[in-house]
Design a protein around this ligand. Structure first.
Ligand SMILES: Cc1ncc(COP(=O)(O)O)c(C=O)c1O
Length: 410
């Protein structure tokens, strides 16, 4: 039979890394691969009670179709939660989505024609690259520095793309504890990015799954909270702040932007599950999301501390290996010596019963071979220690096998 696939899907690749990471589901492998939240952070007893009550007493409503924009109760609860954080939002400016991955899909549907340009970090979130690529977006990467995207470089790449006659649409950023690098964008850069977007007439897609998981340092205002023109669209998922299985997020957008997104969503799934929306809303109203976040942040801090301590303890000392020390989120980013390929090293790591995500998959320019992402969210501190001990052994053996000269290391 002849298959009549669209050029869009025919060109889309399955993630080779995700395929490889399936191997890591064996119980004796310590996996730092998946970006999953820690299940011990899920308030399952409270959720079970709310679910039973909702289905028994309000089934006509919660088991029914709902508004495309999302449940008013949930949107109001989100407005009330965001207001003290400096985000003055009305429910009309919020669209509930089937988690942020759908929000990324809707951004593509609402904004992207094939070939349109979206700027993103080098590295950036692999799932966003997959969503944008499906819509044949021209992704242009911009290197990250310790305080976020290199904005001089962004300006140069904007100019070059304009000169090449391309249509520039947006900048995609994850300003807090970025996936995969753990890097946070400074306040100065957030303000300057907004200025650049204004001058160049670009939309900013601000994806912030991890900002509320800050366990050290001071919060930095979201770009959206400083936006006076409505050119920032903020994505806030409940996946890491409440439960990933709810598949729930909100998008904050204003005016015409919201209208386009609602039309895209209507054609996509009519509405997000009303049951999970009401579960989240009732949880927020009865228990408070801030209180829950205050309880789960220390869980991640203990794990982050265990990972950093283990990296310091076990990684070869003078090889020039560097890693980030994120003040929140789920990820530590490791840069190995030049010449070491983390993708090539992965089968060896798996043979030693430890796994990670090679960083190259997060670079839209094909770079980043010597990088890897380590997620500290799932394992206990003891298991993290053992996993990093195994990984450090593999790294050491790989460096020795390659006999990387010290001058080539950085
Ligand atoms: C930066 C970023 N955006 C979006 C998502 C998608 O999350 P979800 O669809 O669970 O909301 C993730 C998940 O890891 C992420 O890291």
């Amino acid at each position: 039979m002849k298959h009549h696939f669209s050029s869009r899907v025919a060109g889309a690749k399955r993630s080779a890394i995700r395929e490889l990471l399936k191997l890591t589901e064996q119980p004796d492998i310590i996996s730092f691969g998946g970006g999953l939240p820690a299940p011990e952070t899920f308030p399952h007893e409270e959720m079970a009670e709310i679910a039973a009550e909702l289905i028994r007493t309000n089934y006509q409503n919660v088991l029914q179709y709902g508004l495309t924009e999302g449940s008013k109760t949930l949107r109001q609860a989100v407005c009330d939660w965001l207001r003290p954080q400096g985000l003055q939002v009305t429910i009309d400016e919020l669209l509930v989505t089937t988690a942020s991955q759908q929000a990324l899909d809707l951004l593509c549907k609402a904004f992207i024609d094939p070939g349109d340009v979206v700027f993103c970090g080098l590295p950036t979130y692999l799932g966003a690259v997959q969503a944008f690529s499906l819509f044949q977006t021209g992704m242009i990467g911009v290197p990250l520095e310790d305080d976020g995207m290199n904005l001089d470089e962004l300006e140069r790449r904007i100019e070059k793309a304009r000169d090449a006659g391309k249509t520039l649409k947006a900048v995609y950023v994850i300003p807090d504890f970025q996936n995969p690098s753990g890097i946070t964008m400074s306040l100065a850069k957030r303000k300057r990015l907004l200025e650049i977007a204004r001058r160049e007439d670009l939309v900013i897609f601000e994806d912030n799954p991890y900002g509320h998981l800050r366990f050290a340092g001071e919060p930095i205002p979201s770009i959206c909270s400083m936006d006076e023109e409505g050119r920032v669209i903020l994505l806030l998922t409940f996946s890491k702040t409440l439960c990933a299985g709810l598949r729930l997020a909100v998008m904050l957008a204003r005016g015409d932007l919201m209208d386009a997104l609602v039309r895209a969503k209507q054609a996509t799934d009519l509405c997000t599950s009303k049951l999970t929306q009401h579960l989240a809303a009732q949880y927020m109203l009865r228990y408070g999301l801030e209180k829950h976040l205050a309880e789960i942040r220390p869980i991640y801090k203990v794990k982050r501390d265990a990972m950093i301590a283990a990296l310091e303890r076990y990684m070869p000392k003078d090889a020039g290996i560097r890693w980030t020390e994120p003040e929140g989120g789920l990820f530590v980013w490791v840069r190995l010596p030049e010449g070491i390929d983390a993708t090539e090293m992965l089968p060896d790591a798996i043979a030693h019963k430890v796994a990670y995500v090679p960083g190259a998959s997060s670079y839209v320019d094909g770079d980043g071979q010597n990088t890897m992402r380590l997620s500290f969210s799932l394992a206990t501190p003891d298991v993290i220690d053992e996993g990093i001990r195994r990984l450090a052994g593999v790294v050491k053996a790989t460096i020795e096998a390659k006999a990387v000269p010290s001058t080539a290391r950085r």
